[in-house]
Write a protein that binds this ligand. Structure first.
Ligand code: SF4
Length: 439
């Protein structure tokens, strides 16, 4: 029977030869990830249901990543990390990326940063596997040809104890992106365009599979940006077939063997859409919804108070490289916050050069605020002392993924979601700006 890539992955994980959309199946889990926000709740349920002394199903398949509320004086936030640490020690969890020295994190080789980017950089995102995480943007890992999706604490606690989960097989919506990517567009523009076209509920409980020449030519970081935001369309997961680009990225990051799956030519799709990317323009999602799509050039009268470049969606090395290319030689007109997703990205800012200058030199010369320590930071608001948090009803252009009221702090604040190019161009003018003005 012809199947999509995700159906094949789920069939393998459930020990079946075929599965069909809508079918409920038990799958064996390859990786479970949790972080400081949901980890303590997950651990609490695990202990209550399986017993105080219960052992996790597999200490090598659990990844604990503190990343959300890290650089804060908030006692409850700090306590959450302590709970993760106690559990990791008690269970001898193999992958716990701790913060052992919060006052001087830069010297700490263990801390990673935002979980979704850290999972990829540390080689936990492997084709053909099943990854669950207690975070809605776990779908990011679909970029590696993996079935990856977010779950709640109860499901995660069940996995901790059993290594299994009951899943309904999602139907697949395919998005074929063809054409040479114009140099003013980034993957963020494509995903904002798609979400704007299908709405925030357009892919509810479905797989969004991205294919076509444009996707095949994308780097892994750009593929991650596409898959990261499928949840903003309600998608269960996003997926892109693994290829040489994927294998090259994984080289040296994992020594585990994996199997990659491909969608059959005659597979059945819930829907099949095509885009010619050469016809698209830079877009933003206006307040207060990721599907509130508008051309960036139509928002040129929107005066802004700040720009934020960061998060799992828009805080990767290439996101900063793109922003730096545009900013180089100019001065920003509004406070511009830079939050690298991970420690590795942070280090890249100080070592990677463009036109003879490191990215951090380019940003500082342009008047940006010094790059912050890697974490989720203001992407989801956080405690009042969080770096970059919108504590006032300000207007912000951001490379993050959500702009619902209050998402980045103040409930009256307005967030325009944009690509790193558009965010950089907006920083240079103080208005929402189409990056073509600087190209
Ligand atoms: S960076 Fe933002 S979207 Fe990504 S995991 Fe952190 S809070 Fe969630």
């Amino acid at each position: 029977m012809a199947m999509t890539m995700v159906e094949k992955i789920l069939a393998k994980a459930s020990g079946k030869s075929t599965v069909t959309p809508g079918e409920n199946i038990w799958v064996n889990v390859d990786v479970l990830m949790t972080h400081d926000v949901c980890g303590p709740g997950t651990i609490g349920i695990f202990k209550k249901e399986f017993g105080e002394k219960a052992q996790v199903w597999d200490r090598e398949k659990i990844v604990l990543i503190p990343d959300h509320y890290i650089f804060t004086a908030d006692k409850r936030a700090n306590r959450n990390v302590d709970i993760l640490r106690d559990f990791a020690q008690q269970q001898n969890i193999k992958y716990f990326y701790d913060i052992s020295d919060r006052s001087d994190f830069k010297a700490n080789p263990d801390y990673k940063g935002v979980c979704h980017v850290a999972l990829a950089q540390e080689g936990h995102t492997r084709p053909g596997e099943v990854l669950f995480g207690t975070d809605s943007h776990t779908c990011n890992a679909g970029a590696f040809g993996q079935f990856a999706t977010g779950i709640g604490n109860t499901d995660a606690a069940f996995i901790l104890g059993t290594g299994k989960l009951l899943v309904k097989v999602p139907a697949t919506m395919r998005f074929v992106l063809n054409g040479e990517m114009p140099d003013y567009l980034l993957a963020k523009d494509l995903i904002l365009q798609i979400i704007g076209d299908i709405s925030v509920s357009g892919a509810t409980y479905r797989t969004m599979e991205f294919a076509g020449q444009t996707v095949e030519k994308m780097t892994m970081e750009e593929r991650m940006t596409l898959c990261n935001m499928v949840i903003e369309a309600g998608g269960k997961n996003g997926v892109i077939a693994a290829d040489e680009t994927t294998f090259k990225y994984l080289q040296g990051r994992t020594d585990k063997t994996f199997e990659s799956f491909h969608t059959d030519e005659n597979a059945t799709f819930y829907s099949d859409r095509s885009y010619d990317v050469t016809k698209l323009e830079p877009v933003v999602a206006k307040p207060h919804s990721p599907d509130n799509k508008e051309l960036a050039r139509n928002c040129k009268d929107v005066k802004i108070d700040r720009v934020y470049i960061g998060s799992c969606t828009g805080g990767k090395t290439s996101d900063f490289l793109h922003a730096a290319k545009l900013i180089k030689g100019h001065q920003v007109k509004v406070p511009t916050y830079l939050v690298p997703a991970t420690q590795k990205v942070y280090e890249d800012l100080f070592s990677l050069k463009h036109d003879g200058k490191t990215l951090s030199e380019i940003f500082l010369d342009a008047g940006c605020i010094e790059p912050a320590a890697p974490s989720c930071a203001a992407c989801l608001g956080g405690p009042k002392d969080t770096f970059g948090r919108l504590n006032e009803p300000e207007i912000c252009v951001s490379t993050t993924n959500r702009n619902f009221p209050g998402r980045m702090g103040n409930k009256q604040a307005q967030v325009y979601l944009a690509s790193p190019y558009t965010a950089a161009a907006s920083a240079l003018t103080g208005y929402v700006t189409d990056p073509r003005e600087f190209m």
